[in-house]
Design a protein around this ligand. Structure first.
Ligand code: NAD
Length: 515
């Protein structure tokens, strides 16, 4: 075997004083590095343009995390040139040699995991556990994809035919765009880049303008691991300048996107148009939003249900695509579940991420205003149970908010809010609950808390969700354990961290020789 067996990177236990002290030291060290300037990376070279995108700490909104260079049309062309040039050689490396570089990258991230997690605390307002989980997932993507790439170097099984030799092999496709969101700013950026890369493609990463600094930090690791110049390129900058221009570019071969439905659909439509000079159909991988539901029935352990709901709804301020936003409770136990959820929600501490509060700030002012707008709408659509306001502090703080008696058609029951807002809906019975679940255009994650075996079986078959969890929280999918991605408007079901993920980024070639 080339590598030791895969296992998920463990998180950290911050109740251990030594672990906590080490993390606080990393926070101090990174705090001392805030406010610097970062370049683009094109063909292995650091490029600065003299114009910058500023990234501020959402928890202390006047604290500059760093400034990332802004790319423009010239840098797009340079990055395309560099990535296609590198593709010529990288695509001919052996799968094992490419896989080794991913394992090397994972080893570097593991050695620097506290430092990387500290950057996530400052740039995205993740508390300690959320930050270390994001780094652990990035490590997992490297380790897992390195391993599942190896068999793809082998020919596929096909039948024999008399007088001929028939072989079918996978080959890479070319230069892809990697467009991640800001919420798993390291894990998704890394996973959606190294997946296509390990099987021989080269990429241009365009991070979210909300969290550009982590992209630049990642490029330091890529250089340290020894990836050849041009295999992984980084263009930070404004969406208005880079988004459509990269998607429309005739030399873009595929687009590996994770983000909102609005952007995903825009990319889907634009990429479908064949541009002058383009000699292929672009492939798009579009992992999008959710309106994730948890059903609690009258047989459920109600404390387990309330804990699963509160953890799933308010972890990382509800800014996970997998976050719970519709708690659907069967009439008989509805009031008791709502009361338990209220009690647990009101216990959550709110404050700066670097002080490790349960709930820290949301990502930026735009999201803050959007979420508060939904909270105001919710006050006329439903009954406020907890929260319902902004929270004190020099950042974008919003009190974890729970609404009950939410009508099925209410905006807070239908739209992805992407913040700490939970809607509770009342169902007559389990059938009605499933009907509400499946009434959404989204189908990303979901769950059922029940002791009824027949209903659990029904949920396995009929609950529309790419990731279904029974009797536990609905967030926290593990790479290689729970392949992640949704149905319907939640996306193209690429299934990050799943056994078939890498095949998305390859084409199959059949070769026949007649003797
Ligand atoms: P977003 O759609 O605003 O942005 C996503 C990425 O697209 C960013 O890099 C952004 O800069 C880029 N972008 C914006 N306009 C573009 C354009 N015209 N062309 C090309 N790229 C463009 O999403 P976000 O706010 O960063 O992330 C939150 C969303 O992501 C939520 O909807 C969440 O559910 C979703 N998400 C989904 C998954 C999943 O696996 N399904 C995982 C995480 C987040």
């Amino acid at each position: 075997m080339l590598f030791e067996p895969y296992r998920n990177e463990p998180f950290a236990d911050y109740s251990d004083p030594a672990t906590l002290a080490a993390f606080k030291e990393a926070l101090e060290s990174v705090r001392g590095q805030l406010g610097r300037d970062y370049p683009l990376t094109i063909g292995g070279a650091s490029v600065t343009t003299g114009e910058y995108l500023e990234s501020y700490d959402p928890s202390r909104k006047d604290r500059l995390v760093g400034r990332a260079s802004k790319a423009g049309p010239r840098e797009i062309e340079l990055a395309m040139d560099a990535a296609w040039l590198a593709y010529g050689t990288w695509s001919r490396w052996s799968m094992a040699d490419r896989a080794r570089l991913l394992v090397k990258l994972a080893a570097i991230m593991r050695r620097r995991r506290d430092e990387l997690a500290a950057w996530l605390v400052f740039e995205a307002s993740k508390n300690y556990l959320e930050a270390i989980a994001d780094v652990a997932e990035a490590i997992d993507f490297c380790e897992y994809y390195a391993r599942i790439a190896l068999p793809l170097a082998e020919p596929l099984p096909t039948y024999d035919y008399p007088g001929e030799e028939n072989t079918t092999v996978f080959q890479p496709m070319g230069v892809g765009l990697v467009i991640p969101p800001w919420n798993f700013l390291l894990a998704i950026l890394v996973g959606t880049a190294v997946g296509p890369v390990v099987v021989g493609n080269t990429v241009i990463i365009k991070p979210s303008p909300a969290t550009p600094i982590i992209g630049a930090k990642f490029m330091e690791l890529v250089a340290e691991a020894g990836f050849p110049a041009g295999v992984i390129n980084l263009l930070t900058g404004d969406d208005a300048v880079l988004g459509d221009a990269l998607v429309d570019h005739p030399r873009t071969r595929f687009i590996n996107f994770t983000g909102s439905v609005a952007t995903g659909v825009r990319i889907f439509e634009r990429a479908a148009k064949v541009q002058p000079g383009q000699s292929w159909l672009k492939r798009t991988f579009l992992e999008m939003g959710g309106k994730d539901a948890l059903v609690v029935d009258e047989t459920a352990d109600l404390e387990l249900a309330a804990q699963a709901a509160v953890t799933s709804a308010f972890g990382f301020q509800g800014q996970k695509c997998s976050a719970l936003s519709r708690l659907i409770v069967i009439d008989e136990v509805h009031d008791e579940v709502v009361e338990r959820v209220r009690v647990l929600t009101e216990k959550l501490s709110i404050g700066p991420a670097d002080e490790n509060h349960d709930v820290a700030a949301v990502i930026n002012e735009r999201q803050y205003q959007k979420i508060l707008g939904y909270i105001e709408a919710g006050k006329s659509e439903a009954r406020l149970v907890a929260g319902g306001t902004a929270a004190e502090g020099n950042g974008w703080y919003i009190a974890p908010t729970v609404f009950a008696d939410v009508p099925v058609g209410a905006s807070i029951a239908c739209d992805e809010i992407f913040g700490p807002v939970l809607s509770v809906l009342r169902a007559r019975d389990f059938d009605h609950a499933l009907e509400i679940v499946n009434g959404s255009v989204y189908a990303l994650t979901g769950g059922v808390i029940s002791k009824d075996r027949e209903r659990l079986a029904r949920a396995r078959a009929d609950f529309q969700a790419g990731n279904l969890y029974l009797n536990r929280k609905i967030t926290g999918a593990l790479v290689g354990v729970q392949p992640f991605g949704g149905f319907k408007m939640s996306g193209s079901n690429t299934k990050a961290g799943g056994p078939d993920y890498l095949k998305n980024f390859m084409e199959m070639k059949s070769i026949t020789e007649r003797f």
